[in-house]
Structures are given as structure tokens and as C-alpha cells.
Ligand binder design. Structure first.
Ligand SMILES: NC(=O)c1ccc[n+]([C@@H]2O[C@H](COP(=O)([O-])OP(=O)(O)OC[C@H]3O[C@@H](n4cnc5c(N)ncnc54)[C@H](O)[C@@H]3O)[C@@H](O)[C@H]2O)c1
Length: 338
């Protein structure tokens, strides 16, 4: 195939990050936005409708508000065009499964915009876990919070927690089997703007995700101007502990383990903190890496990293379980979720 031509659907705040990434990759693209001024401001040729744009393009990048994802993605797939769909792909696991079925029926490549899988520090810690450098994992944690706008299209689950409902199992190399969550609506606007989710894995490892827009942040948000953020993970194993701060671009590692000492005590035998040198990546770098992988999947027709089954259905099942857990105040087994 000659270079694929891409249709950017949605030219708002994150659409502009995609636009910069497309420029960086030197990929030919058109734009469509229901707000024509936003499409025109992209500087790309503007399509009059999604259908007209799809007629002239091989694939689409969907960066529209969450409730529009299913109808827009369905239009793209029914036109037989390959699809890059921003996170959260869908609001429920059932919707994600239906989109995955449709993509497979149509023979389309479909990739979900799971930003952190393409962040060099997350990719590095996953490689280290897979190589056994942490020993058996016992806990992972993610905090994605900060004082920022409460989005009109979603709450903390779909906007923030979804990143880590995907990333933590991806790093651990296993899917959780049980979920317990508390969700709160501290703004009283009818959405869960605070989410605390615990995951339990068959290996015995646990994970915790804290997400929301009503907790203090620490750093300026690279994506949302004027907002403050905290985007941190911890990965803890028998033989190493890691702390990654995505906003500060730090990756601190402590190698070592506890061992029996005197009087029944177990003592930590950990080396000093070590800075793992992994180059920083701004949002345009990361999105360019996501789109480069998408274009490679279009050319090779291979299932992309973060396809709809693992990148949309799997995290949506965890969030469905979190909603049920919070509603019924009990631990929910993933097998209860279709
Ligand atoms: N991966 C990440 O880290 C990340 C970061 C920010 C946003 N996002 C995701 O990107 C998506 C968009 O977020 P945003 O912050 O850019 O929102 P936004 O509101 O700033 O922009 C959305 C744009 O879509 C346009 N639009 C609305 N309905 C449309 C339709 N049916 N067809 C075409 N255009 C339409 C709007 O006019 C607007 O220009 C959301 O799904 C969000 O979750 C992902």
C-alpha cells in the first residue's frame, strides 16, 4: 500500500495533539469536526461529512467526546476503514465487544488510544517485569488525580481510571480476577468524579487505582492547560520496587528484598534508590508513537498493540465490575461481567 491517508475526526483539545503528531510523522490527512471552525483551524483539507472524508481516506482517527465513540466508530468500520479510537473506546464492555466483532467482520484494523502503553517509561517497566527483574509482583498502584475540569462527557472511571485499568494488568502480564471499588460524586453533578478501585489477580498480586479531578495534583498537566496533575504508578515485586512519575518524568528503582533477621523480624536489604534513565516523552511524542504503530498495523495488516479486544473490552470489563462493586458494595468477580 502507498502511504495511508488518514481522516482526523474531532479537532478539539486532544485532536490538536493528534494533529501535531500527524505533522511530525509527515502523514497525509484530512479533518472533520461537527464544529466546522475547529476543522478549518486544523489547516488540513476539511471534509463536508464523515462519509465524504472516509471516501477519500484509508483510515480514521476518532478524537470526539465519549458518547459519540460508538456511532462514529461504527460508521468508520461499516465503511471498511481502519480505525484508531481514542480512550475510553466505549462506555461499556458490551459496546466494546460489539465494536470488536464488527471490526473483525469487516477485516479492519482497530487500535485504541491507550497513551501510557506507548510511554517509554511504562514500556520499560513492563519489559523489566517480563524479564523477571522484579521477581513475583505483589502490588501495583496508580494515582491519576489533580484539580482539573470535570469533563462533561465522563467521570473519573472513563476519563482517568481507564488508563490504569488497562496499564496495570498490561504491566503485570495478567488480568485481574476480582474487583472492589468505591465511587463518589463529591461535586453532586451526577458523575463519579472520585474512584478508588482495588484489583486482585490470580497470582495473589493486588492493585489499586485512585482517580479523579477533586484531589490535589503536583505538576502542570501537559495535556490540559492550566490544570494540575498527578500521574504516578508503583510496581512492587519480591526483588525490586519502582516508582514512576509520568508528569515529572522520573523512574526510581530500588533493587533488593526483605530477608529474615533476628527475633523474627524481616529486614529490608535494598540498594539505594537508582534513577532509571529513560528519555522523557511529551504528549506529541507519545501520540506520534501510537499513530506510527497504527500506520504499521495498517500496512502489515497485523493486530496492533492495544486492539479492541485487549485495549477496549478488557479495561471496560474492569470498569463495569467497578460500577457493580460500588453499587452493590461487594467484591465482584470478573467472570460475572459478560
Ligand atoms: N489518550 C489521552 O491521554 C487523552 C487525553 C485527552 C482526551 N482524550 C480523549 O479524546 C477524546 C476527545 O477529547 P477532547 O479533550 O479533545 O474533547 P474536546 O471536547 O476538546 O474536543 C472534541 C471535538 O470533537 C468534536 N465533535 C463532537 N462530536 C463530533 C462528531 N460526532 N463528529 C465529529 N466531531 C465531533 C467537537 O466539536 C470538538 O471539537 C475523548 O474521548 C477523550 O477521552 C484522550
Amino acid at each position: 500500500m502507498v502511504e495511508p491517508r488518514l481522516l482526523l475526526i474531532g479537532c478539539g483539545a486532544f485532536g490538536r495533539v493528534h494533529l501535531a503528531a500527524l505533522h511530525r510523522l509527515g502523514v497525509a490527512a484530512m479533518a472533520f469536526d461537527t464544529d466546522r471552525a475547529s476543522a478549518a483551524a486544523s489547516g488540513l483539507p476539511v471534509a463536508d461529512s464523515i462519509e465524504a472524508g472516509l471516501d477519500r481516506c484509508d483510515a480514521a482517527i476518532v478524537v470526539t467526546p465519549v458518547p459519540t465513540h460508538v456511532p462514529v466508530a461504527t460508521t468508520v468500520l461499516l465503511a471498511g476503514r481502519d480505525l484508531f479510537l481514542e480512550k475510553p473506546a466505549t462506555e461499556t464492555a458490551a459496546e466494546a465487544a460489539a465494536l470488536a466483532d464488527l471490526a473483525e467482520q469487516m477485516g479492519c484494523i482497530a487500535q485504541v488510544g491507550l497513551y501510557f502503553r506507548f510511554h517509554p517509561k511504562a514500556a520499560a517497566v513492563r519489559r523489566m517485569v517480563a524479564a523477571g527483574e522484579f521477581g513475583a509482583l505483589h502490588h501495583l498502584a496508580a494515582r491519576f488525580s489533580g484539580v482539573k475540569r470535570a469533563r462533561g462527557d465522563s467521570g473519573a472511571l472513563l476519563n482517568d481510571a481507564v488508563h490504569f485499568a488497562d496499564l496495570l494488568p498490561w504491566i503485570a502480564g495478567e488480568a485481574p480476577v476480582r474487583v472492589f471499588a468505591t465511587l463518589a460524586d463529591p461535586l453532586g453533578r451526577g458523575r463519579e468524579d472520585l474512584a478508588v478501585i482495588q484489583l486482585m489477580f490470580a497470582s495473589g498480586a493486588t492493585a489499586m487505582i485512585e482517580a479523579g479531578c477533586v484531589l490535589p495534583g503536583r505538576w502542570p498537566d501537559a495535556v490540559v492547560p492550566g490544570a494540575e496533575t498527578r500521574k504516578e504508578i508503583i510496581v512492587a515485586g519480591r526483588s525490586a520496587l519502582a516508582e514512576i512519575d509520568f508528569a515529572a518524568e522520573t523512574f526510581v528503582l530500588r533493587r533488593g528484598a526483605h530477608a529474615p533477621g533476628a527475633d523474627g523480624a524481616w529486614l529490608p536489604h535494598h540498594a539505594p534508590r537508582e534513577d532509571v534513565a529513560i528519555a522523557g516523552a511529551d504528549p506529541v511524542d507519545v501520540v506520534a508513537a501510537e499513530l506510527a504503530a497504527f500506520i504499521d498495523a495498517i500496512r502489515t495488516r497485523r493486530t496492533p498493540e492495544a486492539g479492541l479486544r485487549d485495549g477496549a473490552v478488557a479495561p471496560a470489563r474492569i470498569l463495569d465490575a467497578a460500577r457493580r462493586s460500588a453499587r452493590e458494595t461487594r467484591v465482584v468477580a470478573l467472570e460475572e461481567i459478560a
